[in-house]
Structures are given as structure tokens and as C-alpha cells.
Design a protein around this ligand. Structure first.
Ligand code: SAM
Length: 198
């Protein structure tokens, strides 16, 4: 893929975390872990902490990210622990989901695309969740002023209630909003939805 500022940004962070063996679940991952059962697709999986933990609990997981450091780490853990976990390196700006899954997660991913691609990938996720299965989506929303990790003009801050509207017709199991302080007096505002396909 072409040089990608966010992927480079995260790959450097992941190199540091691998060298420090720092693999804790972030708060969003910890909260949604119980929803990831059966066949799981984790898009923008980062270091795969969520994927690894779901696989340790018996799920069969495909974990996709563009970071070579992250995918190498996931493949190493899968091999060492003999987990049903496949790490795939791919550019999700140009990716089609293969097959259908009991749960599909995209935690902190969709805002790294322009609006058209973010909504297209969300629709693709929704299409590939099995009936009765779950989509687990976490995005940055309007009100976010920390923009340093984005490629200029190539990101999308969702509207505050946009995920709720986009999941019309699904059973919403959880919908949360959280704000965190970021460098230089900025803020990150997140929305997280867990929704069941009816
Ligand atoms: C905020 S991190 C979230 C990682 C993980 N889901 C978590 O919650 O810790 C965003 C992830 O999206 C990945 N990413 C961003 N743009 C991508 C792209 N075009 N293709 C694949 N992965 C991408 C980054 O490499 C990074 O791992």
C-alpha cells in the first residue's frame, strides 16, 4: 500500500509495545470481549489483544490490520499458543470481507477513512454478520479535536448519533459515549455500539 500516516503511526507504537511486552486490553476491548464468540472478524485489530483473548476463550478469529509489526505478533502468538487465530496483513481501505461471521469488530478503525469508505466498510461489515450475530463498532465522533494521527483530509468524524441511525433495524445491545483528554489540550470523543442482527 502507499505510505499511510496512521498505519505508520500505529506500527511505531506497536514496535515499542512488542519490545516492552505490553499487551493489555484497552477499555473498549475489555467491555466488548464477551460479545466476540463463535466465528469472529476483527478489523483494524492492532496488536490483536482482543483477538487473542477471544481466541483463548474458544472463538475462531480472523484478525486484519495493515501494520506488519502487529500481524507478525499475532501470527507468533497464534503459533505459540496453538490458537484458532489467523493474522492477515491488508489495507482495509481496499478490502472485501470474505464469508460471514458470528461477530465482526472494528474498534477505532472507521474514522481513518474518508466518509464514503467509512460508510461503505460499515455496510460491508453489516452484510457479513450472520443473522443473530453482533457488530461491535467504536469510532471517534464530532467534538474530537485531537487530529494528529490522521492524514489531513482523509478521516471521518462520525456524527454523535450516526451509529445509532446506521444500525436502524438492529437490536442495539450497548451504545456508549466516552471522552478522553489528549495532548495539547485536545480531546477524543468516542461512540461505541454493540448491535445484534435480527
Ligand atoms: C486506534 S488503532 C485500534 C487498534 C485496536 N483495534 C485497538 O482497539 O487497540 C487503529 C488501527 O487501525 C489500523 N489501520 C488504520 N488504517 C488502516 C488501513 N487502511 N488498513 C488496515 N488497518 C488500518 C492501524 O494500523 C491500527 O492498528
Amino acid at each position: 500500500m502507499d505510505a499511510n500516516h496512521p498505519v505508520d503511526f500505529f506500527d511505531k507504537q506497536f514496535q515499542k509495545q512488542v519490545s516492552e511486552q505490553s499487551f493489555a486490553l484497552n477499555p473498549f476491548e475489555a467491555a466488548v470481549l464477551p460479545h466476540l464468540t463463535g466465528s469472529v472478524l476483527d478489523l483494524g485489530c492492532g496488536l490483536g489483544n482482543l483477538s487473542v483473548e477471544a481466541a483463548r476463550r474458544g472463538a475462531s478469529v480472523v484478525a486484519v490490520d495493515a501494520s506488519p509489526t502487529a500481524v507478525a505478533h499475532i501470527q507468533r502468538v497464534a503459533e505459540q499458543e496453538k490458537l484458532a487465530l489467523q493474522g492477515v496483513q491488508a489495507d482495509l481501505g481496499n478490502y472485501s470481507i470474505d464469508g460471514s461471521f458470528d461477530s465482526i469488530a472494528a474498534i477505532g478503525l472507521l474514522m481513518f477513512f474518508d466518509r464514503a469508505r467509512a460508510l461503505e466498510l460499515l455496510e460491508e461489515i453489516q452484510r457479513h454478520v450472520k443473522p443473530g450475530g453482533c457488530a461491535v463498532i467504536n469510532v471517534l465522533i464530532e467534538g474530537t479535536t485531537y487530529l494528529g494521527m490522521f492524514q489531513p483530509d482523509h478521516y471521518y468524524l462520525f456524527g454523535r448519533d450516526e451509529l445509532m441511525y446506521l444500525f436502524a433495524g438492529w437490536k442495539v445491545l450497548e451504545l456508549n459515549y466516552q471522552s478522553f483528554s489528549a495532548p495539547d489540550n485536545t480531546e477524543k470523543v468516542f461512540a461505541t455500539i454493540v448491535a445484534r442482527k435480527v
